[in-house]
Write a new protein. Structure first.
Length: 363
């Protein structure tokens, strides 16, 4: 009751145990006074997912997280990295991120009477204490793709082609143009998924190509660390996104208008009507800086044109609503699975590997 009655910011993770009862310790961890409550919204979401995976593994083993032993945590690590029967083992960098979230939770829980089972070398922070001068080599080499390999992956995984170049008549995905444009934009800018996924059309990404490349500004609210920076978009990225904006995106918006999707939307933020909008307004008329809006705020950001609302975010669902940046992981997973079933000898594509590929090409 106490955890549910305290004021919480929007998008705060909330955990309910297997018995249907809220877990007060974890929920207080993500509350205003907890370690998780001091994280940025996107970081809190990532920590919540990593903790959830950890809790679900322990639950399968009938282990309460409050009573977990160092051996149980070691078993979780072994399962995540190397477990027999684990269809999707993770790499070292992914495990280290999850380990930091688990360590942070147990450090907080120790103040609430939970004995911490974290062994000395469980995550990087503890390793630095033990050996501050050591380095942490990656378990796998950094992967990158050539432009030709990226084009092949887009055609096979997102646009419904077969390895021989023919069209797969059984392919039913209808957002191939959007998804392909996102890949081109990621390869042509080097932006992270959160950064590229939350941009506003017109104000932060040009509605039409501007030349061989464009110099753009990443807002503080999207940038990692909360500090924006200039970035550059290639001609190919600008052209691919413009094709999506002028066709599939416009069609999704018109379809949404006919269905009344934008009528009576709750908690909408509206951009001011000017060429370079700097502020958004909520229903009470309060003014918010566009530059500071988080990825989650941008999902409720709309432009009012001739008394009609349209989404301001660049990337939309087929239904014409803003696409959460976290949805791109599922898009890439589906495409990678499709490529794998074809037997094409190609590594998994990820947004971060597109970032590596951009760096190799650009610099």
């Amino acid at each position: 009751v106490a955890a549910r009655s305290r004021p919480r910011r929007r998008s705060t993770p909330f955990f309910i145990g297997p018995e249907g009862v809220p877990d007060d310790i974890i929920n207080d961890y993500f509350g205003p006074g907890g370690s998780g409550g001091r994280l940025a919204e996107t970081s809190a979401r990532s920590y919540a997912y990593d903790i959830l995976v950890f809790l679900n593994i322990l639950q399968q083993w009938n282990v309460d997280w409050r009573d977990a032993s160092p051996a149980a945590l070691g078993d979780v690590r072994t399962w995540r990295l190397y477990g027999q029967g684990n269809e999707r083992p993770v790499g070292d960098s992914t495990w280290q991120r999850q380990a930091q979230a688990i360590s942070s939770l147990y450090s907080w829980a120790a103040t609430r009477g939970v004995q911490s089972p974290i062994p000395p070398s469980f995550d990087r922070s503890h390793r630095r204490v033990a050996d501050p001068g050591s380095a942490y080599p990656r378990s796998k080499s950094i992967k990158w793709f050539t432009a030709a390999a990226i084009a092949q992956w887009v055609n096979l995984g997102l646009r419904g082609y077969l390895p021989d170049g023919s069209v797969d008549s059984s392919y039913r995905h209808r957002s191939g143009l959007r998804d392909g444009a996102f890949v081109r934009a990621a390869y042509g800018t080097g932006l992270r998924t959160q950064e590229l996924g939350g941009l506003v059309i017109g104000a932060e990404w040009p509605a039409a190509p501007t030349g061989p490349y464009a110099t753009l500004q990443l807002p503080d609210g999207l940038a990692k660390g909360g500090i924006g920076r200039p970035f550059w978009a290639s001609a190919e990225a600008l052209s691919a996104v413009h094709s999506y904006v002028s066709t599939d995106r416009r069609l999704a918006i018109e379809t949404a208008h006919r269905r009344g999707v934008y009528q009576n939307l709750p908690d909408v933020l509206t951009l001011e009507e000017r060429d370079s909008p700097r502020f958004a307004y909520d229903a009470a008329g309060r003014r918010l800086k566009l530059n500071l809006l988080t990825p989650f705020d941008r999902q409720r950001l709309f432009i009012r044109t001739k008394d009609v609302l349209e989404p301001a975010q660049l990337w939309l669902t087929e239904q014409g609503l803003p696409l959460p940046h976290t949805a791109w992981n599922r898009v890439f997973d589906r495409a990678n699975s499709r490529v794998a079933t074809m037997g094409v000898p190609m590594s998994r594509m990820t947004p971060h590997r597109l970032r590596h590929s951009f760096a190799l090409k650009w610099f």
